[in-house]
Design a protein around this ligand. Structure first.
Ligand SMILES: *Cc1c(COP(=O)(O)O)cnc(C)c1O
Length: 360
């Protein structure tokens, strides 16, 4: 961020973070979790919402927070966050172990050599052992699990795995079978479900669940069930204003590359928001957007600082008219789908230059 100066931000774009909605979503996740305890996932700066802001908002109700940035974890501790903190990629370098021990951070151990390094270090931390059950990114396979458990005798161990298709047709059966084989004859606690599994597979929660996206009020599977249908409330609302209004004649081109050409006389508005603010550049003409509370469509290419919108049916629109990029009534999931992406990416892309206003 730039140095603080007296001049306040005057560009009209703002992100509003609704803490009451966050708590509502957490309570909903809690009902789905039943007896399982819950890591609230706040990686990537709380999915763009502000990790500290989210941790503070859930401080009274969260069992623990999961993230993977050590600097953020230490900042949370420095700000007085006392909940257990789970570091989802563990430590990258053994130099970090001292900070893990001092600040009571729980590492995910996903390679055998990390288990060896931990034992050599003499720091006795609780450990989450990550198992590869079919996603093939991080995690120990069957043989490595036996070796790691041998090494880590006396450590407090939880076994975790991550589902690759909890939101898709394939589901979790194959991975659960693999997990059962690895867990058989062992009675370590399990940490399994992300948001999608938490909502779809109540039989596969484990002792700890790890919801992320649903806490922020977006659906983990918007093509099957919308966030509203799940009962979630959006936490982030992105608003701006029209900073220009202009009339077009047939044949007039709009924006870079003239990606939109007016077919008849029409009026468009120019919104102070672009990909430099986190709006998806790939959102094509036709992406839904609200002006004066009325639904309309974007026209032409998204540029760094501006989007153009069709005002044909919004005669009352003027410079200064309110614009909503996503919120209640126009979900981030809808905008994301139009741009060929997911709400996760929209949220994470929220740019540092966008002022954040907290409410609730
Ligand atoms: C990000 C993440 C989650 C949360 O996933 P959502 O789909 O946002 O609920 C859970 N577990 C791990 C290991 C993760 O990296």
């Amino acid at each position: 961020m730039p140095e603080a100066v007296d001049q306040p931000v005057t560009r009209p774009i703002q992100a509003h973070i609704d803490i009451a909605a966050l708590r509502h979503n957490h309570a909903l996740a809690r009902r789905h979790a039943g007896k399982a305890r819950m890591w609230s996932v706040i990686k990537a700066n709380g999915y763009g919402h502000g990790a500290l802001r989210i941790a503070r908002g859930l401080e009274q109700v969260a069992d623990g927070f999961a993230l993977l940035e050590l600097d953020t974890a230490l900042a949370l501790r420095a700000q007085g966050i006392r909940q257990p903190l789970l570091l989802l990629e563990g430590f990258y370098n053994t130099d970090e172990l001292q900070a893990f021990a001092q600040q009571h951070l729980i590492p995910v151990v996903h390679r055998l050599d990390q288990a060896e390094a931990l034992v050599r270090s003499d720091f006795s931390l609780p450990v989450y052992l990550k198992l590869n059950t079919g996603m093939n990114r991080l995690g120990l396979n069957v043989d490595e699990l036996a070796a790691a458990l041998d090494l880590l005798r006396g450590y407090e161990i939880t076994l975790m795995t991550h589902f690759s298709d909890a939101d898709e047709g394939l589901g979790i059966d194959d991975q659960m079978q693999c997990l059962k084989k690895m867990h058989r004859g062992r009675d370590y606690p399990l940490c399994l479900a992300n948001s999608a599994a938490l909502l779809r597979f109540p039989e596969a929660l484990g002792d700890w669940v790890r919801p992320g996206i649903m806490l922020y009020g977006a659906s983990p599977f918007p093509w099957m069930k919308s966030a509203a249908e799940i009962g979630l409330r959006p936490v982030m609302t992105l608003t701006s204003e029209l900073i220009a209004v202009r009339d077009l004649q047939p044949g007039d081109r709009v924006g870079y590359g003239g990606a939109f050409v007016a077919e008849h006389r029409m009026t468009i508005g120019i919104v102070a928001c672009g990909y430099g603010d986190g709006y998806p550049r790939h959102a094509p003409t036709g992406t839904p957007i609200l002006v004066n509370g009325q639904r309309t469509r974007t026209v032409g290419r998204v540029s760094m600082d501006k989007i153009c919108v069709d005002l044909t049916d919004i005669a009352a629109a003027r410079v200064g008219s309110p614009v909503i990029l996503w919120s209640e009534g126009l979900s981030s999931d809808e905008v994301a789908a139009s741009a060929g992406t997911v709400s996760y990416e929209l949220f994470c892309a929220l740019a540092a230059r966008v002022p954040v206003v907290e409410q609730g």
